[in-house]
Design a protein around this ligand. Structure first.
Ligand code: FMN
Length: 307
């Protein structure tokens, strides 16, 4: 199977693409990995969770994603990301979560291109790494504004765009429309990355040929499959022992989060187990368990039977 001719990036996913998960993805390849989105106001207030998210000093090839509309706080967080070794800073202009929309950030910025441009310009003129923007096709089907929005962001200094090929109103429903991304490609000269519903080598190839994008970004396809970026890149599933992988991920979560890590691990364990025989009983039992040793035992016995 020929390698994909373009790069594969890990999408930012809140509650998922934390340091332990990025470590798991790194076991398989050296792709560009995005952090979870970090609220810049919360970073400014020294919130311990956001400060912890910013600790990327021991990692390579990391893009830090920021969310917010406070210019000074955005610059402060972007500068911290650069100081900690980020190779890029990304501004979230696509998240549909109500709390963000209400304060004018995330996808709400698509309805306020002047502010979107002002923020992009302010950050890109202040930091020494490329500043990218992750966004969507538009607010809803009546407002597919991405071509104009992309041009505005390019003029403001954005170095690259990652486009989730759905509108804000669509959320995650329906099929991502990779074809519209090609219209963006024809209108700007900065690199464009296509995102949405890319789950394997074949869908990545189709997304690239429909969009002519410079690369693909993978989100949900990597849940419980940290090897997926490499599989998409090479067209071949790398060799690994799933039981060892799940146990290692659990260990990393525990050392990174302490006891809370066991609860955070539950969703990851469920994603690893997806589609396997006896998954419902296994997950029910893991979700009810608060003892690390016994969760490890259950993982060993489930994944040994389900290679
Ligand atoms: C659990 C979860 C968390 C997400 N968090 C973020 C985020 O922090 N920032 C962001 O820009 N997009 C976020 N997204 C959107 C993804 O980055 C991506 O655009 C979307 O899932 C579509 O790609 P996919 O079909 O490959 O999953 C999130 C998606 C999921 C499923």
């Amino acid at each position: 199977m020929p390698h994909l001719p373009k790069p594969v990036l890990l999408a930012p996913m809140a509650g998922v693409t934390d340091k332990p998960f990025r470590h798991m993805v790194r076991l398989f390849g050296n792709q560009v990995l995005f952090t979870e989105m970090m609220g810049v106001e919360s970073f400014h207030r020294n919130h311990p969770t956001t400060r912890k998210m910013m600790s990327i000093q021991d990692e390579k090839n990391i893009v830090v994603q920021l969310v917010g509309v406070n210019k000074e706080a955005l610059i402060e967080a972007a500068q911290a990301a650069v100081d900690n070794g980020a190779i890029g800073v990304d501004i979230n202009m696509g998240c549909p979560v109500k709390k963000l929309i209400t304060n004018g950030s995330g996808a709400a910025l698509m309805r306020n291109p002047l502010l979107a441009a002002e923020l992009t310009e302010a950050i890109s003129s202040r930091v020494s790494v490329p500043v990218s923007v992750k966004t969507r096709l538009g607010w809803d089907n009546e407002h597919i504004s991405i071509v104009d929005f992309a041009k505005t962001l390019e003029s403001a200094g954005a170095s690259r765009l990652e486009i989730h090929a759905r509108t804000k109103e669509e959320g995650y429903a329906g099929q991502a429309d990779w074809g519209i991304v090609q219209r963006v490609k024809e209108s700007v000269s900065i690199p464009v990355i296509v995102n949405g519903d890319i789950v394997d080598h074949l869908s990545a190839k189709k997304a690239l040929s429909s969009s002519q994008a410079e690369g693909v970004m993978v989100g949900r396809g990597a849940l419980g499959r940290p090897w997926m970026l490499t599989e998409i890149e090479t067209g071949t599933t790398p060799l690994f022992s799933k039981v060892d992988l799940v146990l290692q991920h659990l260990d990393l979560l525990l050392s990174y989060y302490g006891r809370k890590g066991l609860f955070i691990a539950r969703k990851h364990i469920a994603w690893y187990a997806r589609g396997q025989k006896g998954v419902a009983e296994f997950c029910q039992s893991v979700y009810a368990d608060t003892e690390m040793i016994s969760v490890q035992r259950k993982i060993k016995s489930f994944f040994k039977e389900n290679i």
